[in-house]
Design a protein around this ligand. Structure first.
Ligand SMILES: C[S@@+](CC[C@H](N)C(=O)[O-])C[C@H]1O[C@@H](n2cnc3c(N)ncnc32)[C@H](O)[C@@H]1O
Length: 227
């Protein structure tokens, strides 16, 4: 499956108002737990922290509850940033409209980088990882939260129905854009398995790469360090 940047941007621009609601109902409230896990894995990271593909700051806000440091939050959808802006008033969060594959930051700037449900949407993940590595300080940490295709054969059957029928129905009903949620299903099925993601990270120079399945392996959290 080829990820088209313009298509992805158009879809996120369109679903922004109901984005968090669909996530909450669609994940049966699990999405908050997944984001909390990312916040825990940032413990001990040096500031500042960069949250990539931040959407309406859903993860950034969760992180800022646990880490009283400065955050930069980047997304290429101006509509997402605009919609989320009132949420970050008086918070140490700097919004940036930009492309995660071409970061507008100097090398060795951040002690930590997070990206939740955004990595899958990047057409050139190799290029993106090179950029993430570049802007991290030595010893800096990258945390990726991403969907995955579950390994249990029986659960795969149920999950396929959930992705192919339930999510497009729910997403279509709440956002008016069923196609965005059909894309979600296709992109999850096409995303590489965790072992392959680990190899990609190691090939880029990341070390101490580990991954943990969450909620029966429909989501994985990856942790990697720049040496
Ligand atoms: C599924 S949302 C995730 C939002 C948020 N991180 C969360 O935890 O809910 C993915 C976000 O990635 C953004 N995105 C996709 N491709 C991008 C790119 N190349 N550069 C920057 N942002 C991108 C989209 O605009 C969207 O807001």
């Amino acid at each position: 499956m080829k990820v088209e940047k313009d298509f992805v941007k158009e879809k996120f621009d369109k679903i922004v108002r109901r984005y968090d609601l669909v996530n909450l109902i669609g994940s049966f409230g699990r999405d908050k737990f997944w984001r909390k896990k990312v916040a825990e894995l940032l413990d001990g990271c040096e500031p500042p922290i960069l949250d990539l593909c931040c959407g309406p700051f859903t993860l950034t806000l969760e992180l800022s509850k646990r880490h009283r440091v400065k955050f930069w939050a980047l997304d290429f959808s101006f509509q997402m940033l605009l919609y989320g802006k009132p949420r970050i008033t008086n918070k140490p969060i700097v919004p940036v409209c930009g492309d995660a594959e071409q970061l507008p930051f100097k090398s060795k700037t951040f002690g930590g980088i997070t990206i939740a449900f955004g990595f899958r949407n990047l057409p050139n993940r190799e290029k993106a990882l090179t950029e993430f590595y570049r802007v991290l300080k030595p010893g800096g940490r990258l945390i990726i939260l991403e969907f995955s295709w579950p390994k249990n054969f029986l659960f795969q059957k149920v999950y396929k129905l959930y992705l192919d029928i339930y999510m497009p129905f729910l997403g279509g009903l709440l956002t008016g854009d069923k196609q965005a949620y059909e894309y979600l299903a296709d992109s999850i099925k096409a995303f590489p398995p965790p072992e392959k993601v680990k190899q990609m990270l190691e090939a880029k120079g990341f070390r101490n790469v580990s991954f943990t399945p969450l909620t029966m392996g429909i989501v994985y959290v990856y942790r990697a360090t720049k040496v």
